[in-house]
Design a protein around this ligand. Structure first.
Ligand SMILES: [Zn+2]
Length: 825
C-alpha cells in the first residue's frame, strides 16, 4: 500500500478500512444526535451533502460548502454569512460569523471596539481594561489556502455545524464568550479545482495524481507568500476583512507535518523576527502547547513542534498579522493524498524515529497505521477547539495584550530610531515608490506628505510600525542553526528600486506639524522614460490603441493617438504628458511573446503570467504541444522559460503517474524546436535554473561557477544581491540603475568560455560582497561572476538570467531585464 495509485477497491486493506470507518461513523453520528437534541432543525453536513466531511474518497467543492453554509444560516440565528467579494476566478466568496444571537446582533459594536484597541490611540490603560472585560473577541479560523491540503477546507464544514448546533458546555461557552470568524476556505477557487480533479480521477490509476494546474490561478502555493505584498485579490480581501474585524487570533490550517508527526504546532523553529511584539510569541507558544495537550488528552498522538518550519519570512498570510498584534499562526496536519487513505509502517519512518523514542517536543510519538482524511479532520477540529477554549478562558487578558502590544509599539518608536522613514517623491522610478506606499496603506499603515522636502513620510510612532521596519530594513539573518525554510531577505525598497531614508533623530515639532496625512497617493507625474516600469504599461496601452511609440536613449515619445486618450493613459500610469516624437527616431513594435507553461504546474510561470498581464504585454501561453508543433519563429519573436529545472522541462510528469494528456515534457523534439526557433532569429529568455537547461541543451559556451560547491562553500536559500549593469547603452538594460538589486534564489552564476559571442549584461561586483539583505554563505563565489548575459545563437540569441527577475511580484527593480526584450523595431 505504499504506492497509493490504484489502491481504491483493489486491495483487501482498503475494503476492511472502509468497513471500520462506516462503523465508527455510526457511533459518532449517535453522539451528535444526542448532543444536538436542542437544535433538530439545524441540518447536518451529511443531510445536505450526502457525506460526512472527511469521508474516504469524498471531497466537497467550494460550491458544496457554500450551499451547506447557506442552509445552516437559514436554519439558525447563531450564524451570519457575510459576502467578502469575488475570487480571482469570479466565485462568490462568503465567510461566517458564529456566536450567540445577542453577540451577533452587536457585531458592528464589537468590531469597532476591536479596532479601537488594535490602534491603542486615545484609549487609556483604564479604558482598555474595561473594554477588554466587556469584549467578545473575534477569532479568525480558516479552511486554508493550499487547496491540495484537503482536510483544511473539508473540516471547516463540520466545524461550522458543531459550533452552531452543539449544546455541549464548551461550545456554549465559546458562543457566549467569543465571535468566531470562520472562513470555510481562503482559496475557494482551489477547493473546487482540487475536488473536481479528484472526482475526475477517482477509481482510476490516477486517483492520487498531482494537479496539472495551479490551485490559485496565478501563484498556486505562493498564495501563502503574498501576505505583505498583496498582489493577489484573495490576499487583499483577507487583509481588508482582517483590518475591519481586528481578530485576536488568526489561525490557518495546513497540511502536512514533518513525517511521521501527525500535527506540527507552535512554537515554530528559529529564527524569528525581532520586529514582533514578544507577547505575540508568548501566546503562540501557549496556543501550540494547549493544542498538543488537548490532543494527547484525547489519545491523539504525534504532536510536534519547532522542526523544519520557521516563520522568518513575513509574507505568510498566517504570519504577517503578528506585526498588527493579531496572534497569527498555522498548523500542519498529516496528509496522504486527497481523500484516499493510506497505511504506514514504522519501517517507512526516518531512521532516527523508527525506535519511536519520546522527545521533549514530540512527547507522544505516532506509531504508524492507517491515516485517512477523517483523522486529519479530527486533529484539526480538536486543534480549533483547543484554540477557542483558550481564547474563551483568557479572552480578557488576550484582548488587553493586543492593546498593550500596539501601545508599546507606539511608545517604542517615540524613544528609539528609526523615528520615521522618508521617501522622496522624486525617484528613479517614482510610480514604483507610489506603489510601495499603496501596499503599506493596504496594511493599515499611516502615511503622511511633507512639503519640504517634497516627500512621503511614515512616522514610526504608529501601532503597526513593526511591519514597516520588517519590510524596510535589510535583513540580518542570525547564525545558521538550520536551513532556512524560505528566503532570508526581502527588503522592499531594495527590491522595488525605491530610495528610502531612515530618520534617526526625532522629528522636530515643526516638522511633525507640517505633515499632512494622506488617504491615497495622488498628484504624481513622473517622466515618461525607461526608468519607470509604469512607462512600459503606458507604451503597451498606446501600441494597443494603434499609436506610435519611439525610443531615443531612455526617453519615450508617442504620437498617432488622440491627445485626450494619450493623456489619460499617461496620467493613469502616473506619468507626465510628453513632447512629440523626434523625426529621426524609429518607431518600436511589440514583439510576439510566448510564455512556456508546463503541466508540472509552475508557480514561476504563474507569477510571470500575472506580471505580463499587469503591465499589459500581449503574450501567448505555450504548452508542450504548442512547442512540439514547430514553426515557432513564424509565430513568435521571444519565448520565455520561467524558473523550471532542466529535467522537468524535458521530461515533465512521468507517464503512468497522471492522465496521459498531461504526461511528458518538451522531449527531444520540443528542445530541437526551441533550438530551431533561436537559430532562425528568435530570442529565448531563461529565468534562474531554466538557464542551465539552455546552457546544456544548446551547448552554449557558458559554465555555472557554482556547480559542485558544498553548502559550507556556498549556500543561499534566497537573498537580495547587487548586480552591476555592464553597458549603460544596451537596449536590454535600458532604464536600469548602474547597481540594481535582484533576488538570488538557488540559481546559477556564469563564466563565459572560449568561443563565447554575445554581451554580458550584468555582473556581481568584483571587489565587495554582493549581499544586500539576508543570508549568503560564500559571497566571494559570486563576486565578479556574470549574472545576466545575452548569448548569440544562430541568427538569434539566448538571454540567460541567473536570478529571479520577477520574484513573487516584488522585485520591480529587475522587471526591465525581460521587459526590454519585448520590443523590436
Ligand atoms: Zn500549506
Amino acid at each position: 500500500m505504499r504506492t497509493g495509485a490504484g489502491g481504491r477497491g483493489s486491495g483487501t486493506g482498503v475494503v476492511w478500512a472502509r468497513f471500520v470507518v462506516g462503523a465508527l461513523a455510526t457511533v459518532v453520528t449517535g453522539i451528535l444526535l444526542v448532543a444536538s437534541a436542542g437544535a433538530q432543525q439545524v441540518p447536518t453536513p451529511e443531510s445536505v451533502l450526502g457525506h460526512k466531511p472527511g469521508d474516504d474518497f469524498y471531497l466537497a467543492t467550494y460550491e458544496d460548502s457554500l450551499g451547506y453554509f447557506r442552509k445552516l444560516a437559514a436554519a439558525s440565528k447563531r450564524i451570519k454569512l457575510v459576502d467578502v467579494g469575488k475570487t480571482t476566478q469570479g466565485r462568490e466568496w462568503f465567510i461566517a460569523f458564529i456566536s450567540n444571537p445577542e453577540n451577533l446582533a452587536q457585531l458592528d459594536h464589537y468590531k469597532d471596539v476591536s479596532r479601537r484597541l488594535a490602534l491603542a490611540r486615545g484609549v487609556s490603560e483604564e479604558q482598555a481594561r474595561t473594554l477588554a472585560r466587556e469584549m467578545k473577541p473575534i477569532i479568525h479560523i480558516d479552511g486554508g489556502l493550499h487547496a491540495s491540503e484537503v482536510a483544511n477546507h473539508q473540516h471547516t464544514i463540520q466545524l461550522g455545524y458543531d459550533l452552531v448546533a452543539s449544546e455541549a458546555d464548551e461550545y456554549k461557552a465559546i458562543r457566549q464568550n467569543l465571535i468566531v470568524e470562520l472562513w470555510f476556505s481562503i482559496n475557494p477557487d482551489g477547493q473546487s479545482i482540487v475536488a473536481n480533479w479528484y472526482r475526475e480521477n477517482l477509481g482510476t490509476p490516477y486517483e492520487v495524481s498531482p494537479l496539472p494546474v495551479l490551485y490559485q490561478e496565478y501563484v498556486g502555493h505562493d498564495n501563502n507568500r503574498d501576505g505583505y505584498m498583496l498582489n493577489m485579490l484573495e490576499s487583499r480581501e483577507i487583509t481588508k476583512a482582517t483590518l475591519e474585524t481586528e481578530p485576536l487570533v488568526f489561525y490557518t490550517q495546513h497540511q502536512t507535518a514533518p513525517f511521521p508527526g501527525r500535527i506540527y504546532l507552535p512554537p515554530f523553529a528559529d529564527p524569528i523576527s525581532g520586529n514582533m511584539h514578544p507577547l505575540m510569541l508568548r501566546w503562540l507558544t501557549l496556543i501550540g502547547m494547549t493544542i498538543a495537550q488537548r490532543l494527547d488528552d484525547h489519545g491523539m498522538t504525534g504532536s510536534m513542534h519547532q522542526e523544519t518550519f520557521d516563520v522568518w519570512y513575513p509574507g505568510y498570510i498566517d504570519n504577517i498579522g503578528n506585526f498588527r498584534h493579531t496572534i497569527s499562526f498555522f498548523t500542519e496536519t498529516a496528509l496522504y493524498r486527497y481523500a484516499t487513505p493510506h497505511f504506514y509502517t514504522v519501517d517507512e519512518f526516518p531512521a532516527a524515529r523508527q525506535a519511536l523514542g519520546t522527545e521533549m517536543l514530540y512527547s507522544s510519538p505516532w506509531k504508524g497505521g492507517w491515516w485517512r482524511l477523517s483523522d486529519a479532520c479530527r486533529y484539526m477540529l480538536e486543534a480549533d477547539m483547543a484554540v477557542l477554549n483558550l481564547a474563551s478562558k483568557y479572552r480578557e487578558q488576550m484582548t488587553y495584550n493586543k492593546y498593550r502590544a500596539a501601545r508599546d509599539t507606539i511608545e517604542k518608536f517615540e524613544k528609539e530610531p528609526p523615528f520615521a522613514y522618508e521617501i522622496p517623491r522624486e525617484q528613479h522610478d517614482a510610480p514604483a515608490a507610489a506603489l510601495l506606499l499603496e501596499k503599506l496603506m493596504l496594511q493599515g499603515i499611516e502615511v503622511h506628505q511633507s512639503v519640504k522636502p517634497d516627500a512621503w513620510v511614515i512616522q514610526m510612532n504608529q501601532p503597526f510600525a513593526g511591519m514597516v521596519k520588517e519590510l524596510f530594513e535589510p535583513q540580518v539573518y542570525p547564525a545558521l542553526t538550520q536551513r532556512p525554510y524560505d528566503v532570508t531577505g526581502w527588503t522592499l525598497p531594495y527590491q522595488m528600486g525605491v530610495e528610502v531614508h531612515a530618520v534617526t533623530t526625532p522629528l522636530t515639532k515643526q516638522a511633525r506639524d507640517s505633515l499632512r496625512p494622506i488617504k491615497e497617493v495622488s498628484g504624481l507625474a513622473a517622466p515618461f522614460n525607461h526608468g519607470s516600469n509604469a512607462s512600459f504599461r503606458a507604451v503597451n496601452e498606446i501600441l494597443a490603441a494603434k499609436g506610435t511609440v519611439t525610443f531615443s536613449g531612455d526617453e519615450i515619445a508617442a504620437s498617432g493617438i488622440d491627445k485626450g486618450k494619450l493623456d489619460a493613459i499617461l496620467s493613469e500610469n502616473r506619468l507626465k504628458a510628453v513632447a512629440a516624437e523626434s523625426k529621426d527616431a524609429k518607431p518600436v513594435k511589440a514583439l510576439r511573446v510566448g510564455l512556456y507553461r508546463p503541466w508540472v504546474a509552475s508557480i514561476d510561470e504563474g507569477w510571470t503570467r500575472w506580471i505580463l498581464e499587469q503591465y499589459k504585454f500581449p503574450f501567448t501561453n505555450l504548452y508542450n504541444a504548442d512547442i512540439a508543433g514547430g514553426h515557432l519563429h513564424e509565430r513568435y519573436d521571444v519565448i520565455v522559460l520561467p524558473d523550471i529545472g532542466e529535467r522537468q522541462i524535458i521530461d515533465g510528469h512521468r507517464p503512468g503517474t497522471i492522465p496521459e494528456r498531461y504526461a511528458g515534457g518538451l522531449g527531444e523534439e520540443g528542445v530541437q524546436e526551441l533550438r530551431d526557433f533561436t537559430t532562425d532569429g528568435g530570442t529565448l529568455i531563461t529565468f534562474n535554473n531554466a538557464s542551465m537547461f539552455a546552457v546544456n541543451q544548446f551547448k552554449l559556451p557558458i559554465d555555472n561557477a557554482l556547480t559542485g560547491l558544498r553548502p559550507d562553500q556556498f549556500f543561499c536559500s534566497g537573498c537580495l544581491v547587487t548586480v552591476h549593469i555592464e553597458d549603460a547603452k544596451n537596449r536590454l538594460t535600458a532604464g536600469m540603475t548602474p547597481d540594481t538589486t535582484v533576488m538570488f534564489e538557488r540559481g546559477p552564476a556564469f563564466d563565459t568560455k572560449t568561443g563565447f559571442k554575445g554581451t554580458v549584461l550584468a555582473r556581481y561586483p568584483r571587489e565587495r560582497s554582493p549581499l544586500r539583505s539576508g543570508y549568503l554563505a560564500g559571497p566571494d563565489r559570486l563576486q565578479g561572476k556574470v549574472a545576466a548575459v545575452a548569448v548569440e545563437y544562430g541568427k538569434g540569441r539566448v538571454i540567460l538570467l541567473g536570478f529571479k527577475p520577477q520574484w513573487r511580484g516584488q522585485s520591480h527593480a529587475g522587471y526591465k531585464f525581460f521587459f526590454n526584450a519585448f520590443y523590436g523595431e
